[in-house]
Write a protein that binds this ligand. Structure first.
Ligand code: ADP
Ligand code: MG
Length: 235
């Protein structure tokens, strides 16, 4: 497969494929980063784990009617995806208080929220991905009101589907970050990845963290946690 590197991010590389204008190849890297790239490490096997985990989640969501960019897992650390133009909005959905909800608003970590909270962050490394409101999104021309309504509706559906799936595997879905893009027909679809890099997963019985917080705060072994997630969702 003839490919050209288009973009190298913190966790993945995106390639165009010769003769396939609507398809990108997404390669998962072994890099781990946190705090907007201030903390960094290479972790052998992480790319493979995230590609496998993300593929399982995308297949599950597609089989439940969610439009996503996922086409096919083609190797241990690569998947084919539909090319989209990514909306510069990071959509965070929260079920249980953790992370910036604790730091910013004083929630007690682990508190179950009455209903899911959706937050928007401006996808801009230079600006440090600031939290922003719908008014900012419209003013910056990042999405229209009807596009944002679709995004919110899809996010809540994805949350319900993932929560229901994961609790059967004894995993609590604490919170997660999604990215959406527009495909060639202008349809809004789920893109990027769904992995322990972008979700908080806690063991349902012990609240043990099975996600990137192990790396962020040196709590435990990242690889062991990601293998645990892969094993549970594979069975
Ligand atoms: P970053 O460091 O910007 O988070 P990543 O390492 O996550 O980057 O690399 C993936 C990049 O590719 C992200 O910027 C993401 O928005 C973008 N992307 C994800 N899926 C698609 C897609 N289907 N089409 C185009 N771009 C995509
Ligand atoms: Mg990313």
């Amino acid at each position: 497969m003839d490919k050209t590197l288009l973009y190298e991010g913190k966790a993945k590389k995106i390639y165009s494929i010769h003769g396939k204008p609507d398809i990108f190849l997404q390669e998962f890297k072994n890099s781990a980063t946190a705090f907007n790239g201030i903390k960094k490490d290479e972790i052998e096997g992480k790319g493979i784990l995230n590609n496998k985990i993300s593929s399982i989640f995308f297949e599950y969501l597609i089989s439940n009617g969610i439009p996503t960019h996922f086409l096919e897992k083609i190797s241990d650390n690569e998947m084919l995806v539909k090319k989209v133009s990514i909306l510069k909005i990071e959509v965070v959905c929260r079920n249980i208080a953790a992370g910036s909800l604790v730091k910013r608003y004083g929630f007690v970590e682990g508190t179950e929220l009455k209903k899911p909270i959706i937050e928007f962050y401006y996808k801009s490394d230079e600006l440090g991905d600031p939290l922003f409101t719908e008014a900012h999104i419209y003013e910056l021309g990042l999405a229209t009101e009807s596009e944002l309504n679709i995004i919110k509706e899809l996010t809540l559906k994805i949350n319900k589907l993932l929560k229901d799936f994961l609790i059967q595997k004894k995993i609590k879905l604490v919170d997660f970050k999604l990215e959406f893009g527009k495909d060639s027909k202008g349809e809004i679809i789920l893109a990027d990845e769904i992995s322990p890099d972008t979700c908080r997963f806690w063991d349902a019985d012990t609240n043990k963290k099975l996600d990137k917080d192990n790396f962020r705060f040196d709590l435990g072994n990242l690889t062991d946690a990601y293998i645990e997630i892969l094993n549970r969702i594979s069975n």
